[in-house]
Design a protein around this ligand. Structure first.
Ligand SMILES: [Fe+2]
Length: 260
């Protein structure tokens, strides 16, 4: 179980990225394998983005799980990935809808600031310049900013450890790779909650920490991708409907290799 004390000691509250003490954050990450930065993204930005998502959502825009060209995801692009992916490189069971929304594409969800803040945190904790690969493709890398939607009725991502790390380590010699995630949903019973069961987690001291249950919208949680993490099935007691956008959301700013 995660204690409130530990949570507080792992949290930094800053309203400007330039006030973020990277040394302190790195100490936190090395100690706990995760850390939390709040204050950079206003919860209202996330609520607004979700409203825009619901307004614009069209189920017929769901592209298949595989087969898109590499440059397709460098623009606004929606896909639904289901299955264990026997034909894919990574054999992870999943049910997740992805809304790719690169920082250099049209800002249709009003998330530009949120993605920039999270990507800057990523750059700082991994030892890159603050603005590396943010607004453009740079040195063969770009920021695949995107929203993940795990639908009510079983949306999930099998637990795993990321294997993307060696690419970054190999090219830049950075020691570790920390993935920031923007909290976009609350877990719980309240009216402001998006789901009750399951959710994004990482394992810490043998237990699962479901961070949506205790973090505010817009908080950035950074975790070491070498620790086991995943998304446990979202509200499996409710029916799955492809046309329904209910469920859990999160924001990601992973650095991708430019394959276009
Ligand atoms: Fe992962």
């Amino acid at each position: 179980m995660l204690s409130l004390e530990e949570l507080e000691s792992a949290t930094l509250d800053v309203t400007n990225i330039d006030d973020l003490d990277v040394d302190v954050l790195n100490e936190i990450l090395n100690k706990h394998d995760y850390g939390i930065v709040k204050g950079l993204i206003n919860p209202d930005e996330i609520k607004h983005a979700k409203n825009l998502l619901f307004e614009q959502f069209l189920v017929e825009n769901d592209s298949p799980a595989t087969g898109e060209s590499p440059n397709r995801i460098q623009d606004n692009f929606q896909k639904l990935s289901i299955g264990g992916g026997e034909l894919r490189e990574k054999d992870l069971s999943k049910c997740v809808r992805t809304f790719y929304n690169p920082i250099f594409a049209k800002d249709i969800y009003g998330l530009r600031n949120a993605f920039r803040q999270a990507a800057m945190v990523r750059n700082l904790v991994t030892g890159f310049r603050k603005d590396f690969a943010l607004d453009t493709v740079q040195d063969g890398f770009w920021t695949a900013s995107r929203i993940h939607h795990y639908p009510t009725g079983g949306g999930h991502m099998e637990g795993h450890i990321d294997d993307y790390v060696p690419v970054i380590v190999g090219q830049y010699g950075v020691n570790s790779y920390f993935q920031p995630l923007i909290v976009m949903s609350k877990k719980g019973e309240g009216e402001d909650c998006d789901y009750k069961k399951g959710g994004g987690y990482f394992e810490n001291n043998g237990g699962r920490i479901y961070y949506d249950a205790f973090l505010e919208l817009g908080s950035i949680i950074i975790y070491n991708t070498k620790i086991f993490h995943g998304v446990e099935e979202i509200d499996p007691h409710l029916p799955f409907r492809q046309s329904c956008l209910n469920g859990r959301f999160s924001g990601l700013v992973t650095m991708y290799r430019d394959l276009s």
